[in-house]
Design a protein around this ligand. Sequence first.
Ligand SMILES: [Zn+2]
Length: 317
Amino acid sequence: MEPWLVGIDLGGTTIKMAFVTTEGDIVHKWEIPTNTANRGEHIVADIARSLEKTLAQLGGAKERLLAAGIGAPGPVEEETGMLYETVNIGWTNYPLKQRLEEATGLPVSVDNDANLAALGEMWKGAGGGARHLLFVTLGTGVGGGVIANGAIVRGINGAGGEIGHMTMIPDGGARCNCGKTGCLETIASATGIVRIAKEKLTADERPSELRNGDVTAKAVFDAAKAGDALALEVVDEATYYLGWALANAANVTNPEKIVIGGGVSKAGDMLVERVAAHFRRFAFPRVAAGAKLVLATLGNDAGVIGAAWLAKELVGA
Ligand SMILES: [Zn+2]
């Protein structure tokens, strides 16, 4: 009987779960809604119950499960698996590792969700096993994960690898969710791209595709691909700052792969090519020569696969 790892990706609206082989292949995946009522007090029990039920449906025995890994949206204390803060869920200083171990009877490892997506891409995705890797996920925000020598850089407060909060505009930048201003996240996230586009649209009366219909990050890239001058300016601004930030981050760790994921990465080759051009301009030449910028390949599965990798490491499977 082949043993399984449990990968869990806890988000603000859904909890993605998967049984994964020790080779990193998903055997079965499913999701349940995140019940944030009463500051998230039902979440751990919901996960344990769903795991048990799904295992029974698949005819599996409890002994088949080796360990669980879980990614959570916030910084994690490495030693104890405690979540400092999760804005979307309402937990503060929440002992997630301990609670989930009690509820499931499995050894549990906890990490930040962007870190797990980075590990997932390293293991089975675009990272192709690269032991030195940078990962950014461009969604509502900009998440980051740094892998050096095959290990995630977590830091003293669990806040290592926060590429999205590198300050790119020192004075007069837009306000960021983290409390600062001028972070990469305010420029290169889907939200940031929309903000820049709207500013340009109100600045003058130039014709643009973007004046017809909703302004979304996808609409900006679609219009840019069709040659829309205003949209091209927006894309150039976002990719300039992203390429610059990635170059500075890469100068610290000299990565082999730089993986770009998240909803905005669906813009595809246009995004990667433009970011790469700015990256090469700003990176130290030997760093630029060693790094390959690529699109993430695992999509929504990156988190559960990375979580399974963490579980595998935990029990040495
Ligand atoms: Zn920030």
